[in-house]
Design a protein around this ligand. Structure first.
Ligand SMILES: [Zn+2]
Ligand SMILES: [Zn+2]
Length: 135
């Protein structure tokens, strides 16, 4: 997790970004909100200070998926890229599957097992949390 920086882009290429590493809290989220926002059974996220994230092409469209949560996505192709929660001002979560090289970084735990789909079988030994990871 000590890469100096990561580059990423959306499906259609209208959005591109750069984030200076390292990322923290790299995890799989199984919550219903992430599932619906992405159309996937779970989403892999990594956290960085907001000032280390920079759009290099295009501009994120924003959607409040719940009052404290703002999700950033591509208005052209719909790719879900960022997640910001009011409880963590100054931090940004990035959907690491949108990295140019997503295989470079690996999630370290699972959150929101309370919402996990029954047919999603977790076969790794990573820690699992019912909701958020306890501080
Ligand atoms: Zn796009
Ligand atoms: Zn989630």
């Amino acid at each position: 997790m000590t890469e100096s920086s990561y580059h990423g882009h959306c499906l259609c290429g209208a959005l591109a970004y750069e984030v200076a590493g390292p990322l923290e809290n790299v995890c799989f989220c199984h919550c219903e909100s992430c599932r619906r926002a992405s159309g996937a059974p779970f989403v892999a996220w990594g956290t960085c200070p907001a000032e280390r994230f920079e759009m290099t092409l295009g501009e994120l469209a924003r959607f409040h998926s719940s009052p404290p949560v703002t999700r950033g996505f591509c208005r052209r192709c719909g790719t879900s890229v960022t997640y910001v929660h009011e409880a963590r001002p100054g931090e940004l979560d990035i959907a690491i599957a949108t990295f140019d090289d997503p295989g470079d970084i690996k999630p370290e735990f699972h959150i929101w097992l309370d919402d996990k789909l029954a047919w999603v079988e977790i076969s790794d030994d990573l820690p699992q949390y019912a909701q958020w990871r306890s501080p």
